[in-house]
Ligand binder design. Structure first.
Ligand code: NAP
Length: 283
């Protein structure tokens, strides 16, 4: 299994399994179990996905040692702030049936996320979390957080796929040794990504599908990827990216696919601020 070392020397599997939008508990439990049986060792969930409990159940059922699984979860906007983040974190541990997290992330750069960060720094220093980070932080918010905090985020999980490569943000992150984690590595299937001509053409040379070319490109770019699927054959296919290597020319062709724009979540859009603020749940 390929691993990446974070800025605090914690090792993370470079390929993980995401569970966003797997809202049915049984489907989530089965998918995570399949992923673990296939060899995935990083599971990415979040308080607001409503499936932390199912993830915890699958981890338990897998029989795999807890320390061999890298568990990531996130604190949602409704729990931004020092006290609320601490409460939400405890609930996350309970749901996941664990007493520590490998990675805990601020889900959105909205609300009192500085208060959240203070709570996370404390939990990190107390050994309850192995690494802390953020999601969806653009360069200005990221640097401001760094300048006003003790701990530099280890990870920034952002929308990152061939159509939205986050090149400028990644330069800033590289400077601070913040590892990029790609959410929606397949752009959630938008824009015809699974039948894209360039990716199909590149994959043909190696007998690989566009999905596998994308995950290999992320691997060779030093980016962690957390593709989601509820289908066994896809879960397996997505993990089968070890035995081929993209050439410089392939990488340049993929680089040229970048539109420089988000396809899914424009974090600066007012409509998104309102929409996300209104997502409320009982954890
Ligand atoms: P994604 O992984 O880009 O795409 C998932 C979609 O692709 C699903 O519809 C899935 O369908 C399909 N798919 C997966 N593998 C495939 C394959 N080999 N061939 C064809 N179709 C395939 O999108 P995502 O789930 O949004 O992102 C991945 C993870 O990132 C999430 O699960 C979540 O953990 C995380 N995330 C984080 C944030 C954040 O704000 N931090 C936001 C979004 C997502 P089936 O399931 O039907 O196979």
């Amino acid at each position: 299994m390929n691993v990446i070392k974070l800025n605090n020397y914690v090792e993370v599997p470079q390929l993980g399994f995401g569970v966003f939008q797997i809202t049915d508990e049984e489907e989530c439990r089965k998918s995570v179990l399949t992923a673990l049986q296939t060899g995935y060792r990083l599971i990415d969930t979040a308080a607001c996905y409503g499936n932390e409990r199912a993830v915890g159940q699958a981890v338990k059922e897998s029989g795999i040692d807890r320390k061999d699984i890298f568990l990531t979860s996130k604190v949602w906007i409704q729990d931004a702030g020092y006290e609320k983040t601490k409460c939400s974190f405890e609930k996350t541990l309970e749901n996941l049936q664990t007493d520590y997290l490998d990675l805990y992330l601020i889900h959105m750069p909205y609300g009192d996320y500085y208060g959240s960060w203070r709570a996370m720094e404390e939990l990190y220093n107390a050994g309850k979390i192995r690494a802390i980070g953020v999601c969806n932080f653009e360069a200005d918010r990221l640097v401001d957080l760094i300048l006003n905090s003790q701990v530099v985020p280890a990870v920034n999980q952002v929308e990152l796929h061939p159509f939205c490569q986050q090149k400028q943000l990644r330069e800033v992150m590289y400077h601070y040794e913040i590892t990029p984690m790609a959410w929606a590595p397949f752009a959630e299937g938008r824009n015809g990504i699974f039948t894209n001509e360039t990716l199909t053409d590149i994959g043909r040379q190696y007998g690989k599908k566009p999905s596998q070319v994308i995950l290999r490109w992320l691997r060779q770019s030093g980016i962690i990827a957390i593709p989601k699927s509820v289908h066994r054959e896809r879960i397996e296919e997505n993990s089968d990216i070890d035995f081929f290597r993209l050439t410089e020319e392939d990488l340049i062709r993929i680089s040229q696919m970048d539109t420089g724009k988000s396809q899914i979540l424009d974090i600066r859009s007012l409509l998104e601020v309102y929409r996300l603020f209104n997502i409320r749940f009982v954890q």
